[in-house]
Design a protein around this ligand. Structure first.
Ligand SMILES: Nc1nc2c(ncn2[C@@H]2O[C@H](COP(=O)(O)OP(=O)(O)OP(=O)(O)O)[C@@H](O)[C@H]2O)c(=O)[nH]1
Ligand SMILES: [Mg+2]
Length: 488
């Protein structure tokens, strides 16, 4: 006999249990059973349903909902990029040649990721291959939301929320036949696993590990250009073998060995066409009123653009109190493009260092510049301002009365500087905390701050910071005078 739904094995078991509870248990025990079940169900509800959903379901209990964006529209837009089409003729589509840098840095600061994204795109471009772009994977301590608000167990942001341009799938110049970048998801379709050649970073790096950036670049370029395979995935080895398995690793970025790449990289279409994402731009626009001048009428008319009257200073704090000590004990140079000799305020590593340990005087020297005192900062702002005003060509009106303090400081320290700065004649002082941002804009808040710093007339940064170095990159690509870029 076929089981009917009323007679199915599942139903029969349920019926048997119901009868057992009804007929075999006394009423008091029946009630206790029901209580246990109710408690279990409640626990299950809280754990399974998740804090985030509860907050959404009962906003009157938990207050304002402030949680990561879904990026639903942006993700769909990335999915629908026109290059995601197998029918496109070579060098795109099913016959195109692709490279996926699976060894790109993950779970580190955005700017360690960004410099690599850009250099890898340039490498793919020069190797006549399509660059495969990836979501930015957050380092947990930098993520702007609390852990229970994560949408994914590993928080991530689509690249197009953070930047625009060829790295993120934007077009190349009109007459440039280079293939447009594709997303990781599309790479899985156009290059199924069975068709990929895997190159382990450690099979390539030993021969070039300590060479200059241009030698490393050419080595990879030759390999990627000459490989007959259509699809290449560069995979990291275990972190035990190489803790920095990137193509251009932290050791290259944190040393002068990166500098031989500068001229070509600066002039490359990857740098020249790099653009501000619409989400970042919208955050800048909606907050611009904060920077509208509060000076005299004459000064306002002389220099009406708020960016032209702005000095922006990147105050890298928080985890840098420890990071600066580490940098001192490893006698570290400035980071990446901050090392360019055309920039003022360079830092020379002092003598007297031993492996992993520096002298107390040298440590002090590092702290002075890496985690400076209020007085040191005030002095730097003063001299940078007067140097800039003094550098005006004859007849050129220069006004600097607006200060933007961009920072990761959460202690309120920055606000304590405000009265002193006001006394020094800064009419408009704005800090990171004052920006009004929606969910998506908050998710890319570091890129928003970087955009203000990029466009300010004068920028002061921290020489050891990759955050600062990518602002430096952008300013120099924009053609700004190197003398408007200062380091404390
Ligand atoms: N909004 C904002 N965020 C900042 C600022 N400074 C640091 N952060 C945050 O801290 C992270 C620092 O990581 P990176 O971008 O790699 O910069 P970094 O200076 O190299 O710092 P480390 O990686 O810690 O050495 C950024 O990605 C931001 O999330 C700032 O001025 N404004
Ligand atoms: Mg970093």
């Amino acid at each position: 006999m076929l089981p009917t739904s009323a007679n199915s094995p599942k139903r029969r078991v349920l019926r048997r249990w119901r009868n057992r509870i009804r007929h075999q248990l006394p009423q008091s025990r029946q009630r206790r059973w029901l209580l246990y079940i109710a408690i279990l169900a409640t626990v299950h509800f809280f754990v399974g349903y998740g804090q985030r959903d509860l907050r959404r379901a009962f906003p009157f209990l938990f207050g304002e909902i402030d949680e990561p964006p879904t990026y639903k529209q942006l993700r769909q837009w990335e999915l629908d990029l026109p290059q995601h089409n197998l029918e496109l003729p070579f060098p795109e589509g099913r016959n195109g040649r692709y490279v996926y840098f699976r060894n790109q840095v993950r779970k580190l600061g955005w700017n360690n990721a960004l410099n690599e994204v850009l250099m890898n795109t340039h490498l793919a471009y020069k190797s006549n291959r399509t660059y495969v772009f990836q979501d930015y994977m957050w380092k947990r301590s930098y993520y702007p939301w609390r852990w229970y608000k994560h949408r994914d167990w590993r928080p991530r942001t689509p690249l197009n929320a953070l930047i625009g341009g060829p790295s993120a799938g934007g077009p190349w110049d009109k007459d440039d036949p280079a293939p447009r970048s594709v997303s990781e998801r599309w790479f899985d379709i156009v290059c199924p696993k069975s068709e990929r050649r895997i190159i382990y970073s450690e099979d390539v790096k030993p021969a070039i590990r300590w060479k200059n950036g241009d030698v490393i670049f050419k080595h990879w370029q030759k390999l990627l250009s000459e490989a007959p395979e259509r699809c290449i995935e560069v995979k990291p080895v275990s972190l035990k073998v190489d803790p920095f398995p990137q193509t251009f690793d932290l050791y290259v970025w944190g040393s002068e060995r990166i500098l031989p790449l500068w001229e070509e990289f600066k002039n490359s279409p990857v740098s020249q066409l790099l653009s501000t994402s619409p989400i970042v731009q919208s955050a800048v626009d909606r907050n611009l009123y904060l920077f509208m001048a509060r000076s005299s009428r004459a000064q306002n008319t002389d220099v009406p653009d708020p960016f032209d009257r702005m000095l922006a200073i990147h105050l890298r704090r928080g985890d840098f109190s420890q990071a600066c000590l580490d940098l001192a004990n490893w006698n570290s140079t400035f980071y990446s493009w901050n090392l360019l000799p055309s920039l003022p305020d360079s830092f020379s590593t002092p003598p007297g260092y031993e492996w992993g340990k520096n002298t107390p005087e040298n440590v002090q020297l590092y702290l002075e510049r890496c985690f400076p005192t209020d007085e040191f900062i005030l002095n730097k702002i003063r001299t940078s301002r007067s140097d800039y005003i003094r550098g005006a060509k004859s007849g050129e009106p220069r006004v600097l009365d607006t200060l933007y303090l961009l920072t990761n400081d959460k202690s309120g320290w920055v606000d304590s500087m405000r009265p002193v700065l006001q006394r020094e004649g800064w009419n408009t002082i704005v800090t990171t905390k004052q920006l009004h941002l929606d969910q998506e804009q908050k998710d890319v808040n570091m890129a928003v701050d970087m955009e203000f710093a990029r466009k300010a007339a004068v920028f002061i940064g921290n020489g050891w910071s990759s955050f600062t170095s990518n602002i430096v990159h952008r300013r120099l690509v924009d053609g700004r005078d190197p003398n408007t870029i200062r380091f404390y």
